[in-house]
Design a protein around this ligand. Sequence first.
Ligand code: AMP
Length: 416
Amino acid sequence: MIQAIRGAKDILPDSAASWQFLYDVCKKASEQYGYSELRTPIFEKTEVFSRGVGEETDIVGKEMYTFTDRGGESVTLRPEATAALVRAVIQNSLVQEGSVSRLWYFGPFFRYERPQKGRLRQFHQYGAECLNSPNPEADVETLLLAKRIINGVGIDSYKLLINSLGNGESRAAYRAALVDYLRARESSLSGESVRRLETNPLRVLDSKDAKDIEILAEAPDILKYLDEDSRSRFDFVINSLEKLGLQYEIDKRLVRGLDYYSHTVFEFRSAGLGSQDSFGGGGRYDGLFEQLGGKPTPAVGFAFGLERILLILEALSATPAGAPSPDAVVVCDDAYFAFGELVAEKLRGGGYRVVSDLRRRSFKAQMRDANRMGARFAVIIGEDEAAKGGFTLKDMLNGGGEQRFVSLKDDPKLEA
Ligand code: AMP
């Protein structure tokens, strides 16, 4: 038997309703804040991500599905949305001078990671990006939108962690101080952290290694390196969250993996998820547009991992029900198939869910199916009904007692 690719999951009919529910909540909330949907292609030229996300990140360095297409071009299945979205915004001039653009997306992403609970190779994200406001007001708005979605899907218990990376200069100064501190303790660091010290030192702060964590406890404090402007932006965000009643925790070690962040960074965590406990995150990325060849455009955004949100909902037993049962099953003598479909079409036209037998089975087998599918009504069609231009409506409730003739002439209703 051919199996799906490891870490790529089928969305089976039972969970399709949950996905539709997530989409609906995300769409409604996004529209309430003035966001419009943008769908970019599943694949891009590789440089969108190598330039946009950063060569030294795990995503670009280790996790991309990159291949050369038949024309010799290096293409990559999108591992994240922001760089691709920025490419699309530049290409289609979606940001007008002096005005803010708000965009959201929902779709599949691909990373070659070691699959485990909550970590897949094809996973889905919803995200929102607020483009062309340099001000921390935009950071606050995106956090409000994120909260509305989290609450909208039914999650009440979670943590918002927040930090500031400052601007380019303050971040560089901090980076230098962190490197000095870690270099002096290099012999005690894990191999992975020694490697990161060379390539992406801020990522050492993400280490899960116990010894690293001990060393990091005394590491320089990023917030002490913020310049006045960066500090006052961060204070603005924090104060606004207080006034708006959004709970948060400052986490000075939160840096997030990607190169493009500056100033505010944040992450949403849920205790129920185990080791992969982050179900979303984001931050400000004022330099990304220029990195991808656009005009300077300050921006802030976030993404949720939708499989992880579904895991949280499953733990709460709060996933929506699967596809609804049919309102009626057509139980039809083979000889009157076309007439049976005429009836079914008329009812479907009236908005009902109506299913027919396609296997030329006995009347009895068809009735059994109607019961099995949980249909409220059987729509019975034989010689008599066809001659009279209608159907016998049988109420399957209470052992299936009631039945009456319904003519197609009137607007037929499925009512007991
Ligand atoms: P990131 O783009 O890495 O900031 O990820 C944003 C969110 O997407 C994370 O918080 C996760 O919830 C989710 N996510 C990232 N990578 C994966 C993956 N491999 N499998 C499932 N969810 C993921």
